[in-house]
Design a protein around this ligand. Sequence first.
Ligand code: GDP
Length: 215
Amino acid sequence: MIKAKGASGEATSPAAIALRRSQFLLGAARARQFPADSGWEVAVAGRSNAGKSSAINVITGLRGLARISKTPGRTREINFFQIDEERRLVDLPGYGYARVPVAVREAWRRLIEDYFRGRQCLRGVIVVMDCRHPLTEFDQQMLQWCGHARLPVHLLLTKADKLSRGAAMAVLHQVRGQLSKVYKENEDATVQLFSALKRSGVAEAHEVLARWMEL
Ligand code: GDP
């Protein structure tokens, strides 16, 4: 997991400043443990090892914030981080789909479906994907749920430092093309390249969060 660096030279947009105040609120293994459905929420999803924790750490500017979601007992929970009294970032559990037992997968499905079903405060979903393996079965499932609920989505193609500029741009265009099959042009569905290692694409991610949560 890549950690965010210290405070020097950090972005100073209102969103960056607000996100840096994020704190762990609670982990929920079932729907009745979710916090009250009020204010603004943005969920972050990604199959395991996609780079979701690293992205959350770099986007919030908080060293090790998302490590909480990786501690034993929390990996299958939905973890809520409070940005301020009205706003939350929600870390949805991921999995590596190939070796997951059916029962675990079904429990995951139920929990996430419970979360998506009628969560009024949910303003959008960020789906983190390794740019070398975009649109896995996991990602397609997330996109389907978001599409059904007509939720705004933002696809974060991370680990962009692992590809040449040209190859990364090709992935960006390909994924944008796929997204346009699910979402119409006037809908809020965007894609970006990101690197937690190089800290590139952070401002773009902040803009999305600022727009969705009025930060
Ligand atoms: P998660 O399971 O989706 O939360 O993934 P992690 O954030 O733990 O990252 C999985 C692995 O990918 C770790 O070894 C990270 O160091 C690495 N990683 C994450 N983001 C990047 C990135 O932007 N660039 C590179 N090169 N490696 C990354």
